[in-house]
Design a protein around this ligand. Structure first.
Ligand code: NDP
Length: 326
C-alpha cells in the first residue's frame, strides 16, 4: 500500500484527500515508477481546488510533474533503477499523476534524469522552470541577445517568472520584473532583476504603440499586461507568451506587429517534442544558477498540497514548491 492525493467530485465540488492505494489500483501503463518528488504548478492549483476545469474524469491523482525511480518497465528504453522525470503530456489532468508514492506511465512521456541533476533540483525546476527555459529559447530564436537591451518578465515572483528571471540574469541579460507584491522586491533582486515594475501600472491599458523599452518579454499572465509588453517592445523584439494568471484575454492591436516587426511567440511545455525538451533540461542543468534555486524553492509534504493549491491560485506562492513523497 502507498499514499496518494485523490481528487473526487461531490455534487459538482472537487474534494482532495490523501488515501492509501495498492499498486493494482494504478492505471495500466508501460513503466511503474517509485515517485521521489513532485511539484506544485498553477495548473495543479486549479486542478486540486477545482477552480479550473482541468480534470474531467474522477477519481484522479493530480500532479503534472514527477521525478522518480523505475521499478518495472515493459519498454526496452527503461530498466529497474533508472531515474526519470515527467512533465506534461496531460499527466495529472487526464492520466494519474505525481501526487502519489507510485505512478504507472507511458515510456514515451518520460525523460531520463539529466546526468548531474539531482531529483530535488529537477522538481524545484518542474514544469514551471522548463517553461521558463522554453520561453528564453523562444527569445533567442527570435534574435534577442543581452546586447539588444533589457528583457521584461511578468508574474515575476511566481514559478515560471522566478526561474525566467534567474536564467536570463545568469545569461547576462538586464532583467525588469513585474510583480503585484512589492514585498518580493528583495527576492527578485537576489534572482538578478535590476528593475522592479508595479503590476498595477503595467496593467493600465496601453496605446497601440508605447515608448520602446524591451528587446524581449516573457509573459505568464496575459491580458493588459501582455498587451502593454507588446506595445512597449523594440523594433524586431520578441514576446514569449506562456500563461494566463490574470486572464486568457489579449486586448492588443496589430500595430506593434506591422509597424515594429514585433514577434509574438506562443510557448507550450505540455506537448513539447522530446528533443527540444531534453535540450531545455540540459540547459537548465548548466544555465540556471545553482544558488537561485535555494532562493526559489520550498519543500512540503503531501497532506499540505490542498492548502498550497489554494494559495497558488490566489497568487500567494513565491517561487516554486516541491512535494516530498519519500
Ligand atoms: P504561479 O502562481 O507560481 O505564478 C503566477 C504569478 O502571476 C503570480 O505569482 C503573480 O506574480 C502573478 N499573478 C497572479 N495573479 C495575477 C493577476 N490577476 N494579474 C497579474 N498577475 C498575476 O504560477 P506558475 O508560474 O506555475 O504559472 C504561471 C502561468 O504560466 C500560469 O498561467 C500557468 O498556467 C502558465 N503555464 C503555462 C505553461 C505552458 O506550457 N504554456 C506551463 C507552466 C505554466 P506576482 O506576485 O509577482 O505579481
Amino acid at each position: 500500500m502507498f499514499k496518494a492525493l485523490v481528487l473526487n467530485q461531490n455534487e459538482g465540488k472537487t474534494t482532495a484527500a490523501v488515501e492509501q492505494l495498492a499498486i493494482s489500483d494504478l492505471p495500466e501503463e508501460d513503466v511503474l515508477i517509485k515517485v521521489d518528488y513532485s511539484s506544485l504548478n498553477y495548473k495543479d492549483g486549479l486542478a486540486v481546488t477545482g477552480k479550473g476545469k482541468i480534470i474531467r474524469n474522477f477519481p484522479m491523482v493530480p500532479g503534472i510533474d514527477l521525478v522518480g525511480t523505475v521499478e518495472e518497465s515493459a519498454d526496452a528504453r527503461y530498466t529497474k533503477g533508472d531515474k526519470v522525470v515527467l512533465t506534461g503530456w496531460g499527466v495529472g489532468e487526464n492520466y494519474w499523476g505525481g501526487y502519489s508514492q507510485y505512478a504507472r506511465l507511458k515510456a514515451d512521456w518520460l525523460v531520463p534524469l539529466p546526468k548531474g541533476m539531482d531529483p530535488i533540483r529537477t522538481m524545484q525546476i518542474g514544469t514551471a522552470g522548463l517553461t521558463a527555459m522554453l520561453c528564453v529559447m523562444a527569445l533567442e530564436e527570435g534574435g534577442v541577445t543581452p546586447e539588444r537591451g533589457p528583457v521584461v518578465v511578468s508574474g515575476a515572483a511566481g514559478g515560471v517568472g522566478s526561474v525566467a528571471v534567474a536564467i536570463l540574469s545568469g545569461l547576462g541579460y538586464t532583467v525588469a520584473a513585474i510583480t503585484g507584491r512589492a514585498e518580493t522586491e528583495g527576492y527578485l533582486r537576489a534572482l538578478g532583476a535590476s528593475e522592479i515594475l508595479s503590476r498595477d501600472e503595467m496593467a493600465q491599458p496601453p496605446r497601440p504603440l508605447e515608448k520602446q523599452k524591451w528587446a524581449g518579454a516573457i509573459d505568464t499572465v496575459g491580458d493588459t499586461i501582455l498587451a502593454r509588453m507588446i506595445a512597449e517592445t523594440d523594433y524586431s523584439g520578441v514576446v514569449a507568451a506562456c500563461g494566463l494568471a490574470a486572464s486568457f484575454k489579449l486586448p492588443s492591436t496589430v500595430m506593434p506587429f506591422i509597424l515594429r516587426n514585433v514577434r509574438l511567440q506562443g510557448v507550450d511545455s505540455v506537448s513539447c517534442p522530446y528533443e527540444r525538451r531534453t535540450n531545455a533540461w540540459q540547459r537548465l542543468l548548466t544555465q540556471l544558477p545553482e544558488n537561485a534555486l535555494g532562493e526559489i524553492a520550498q519543500i512540503i509534504a503531501l497532506d499540505e498540497v490542498p492548502d498550497y493549491a489554494e494559495k497558488i491560485t490566489n497568487g500567494q506562492i513565491q517561487g516554486r514548491v516541491v512535494i516530498d513523497l519519500n
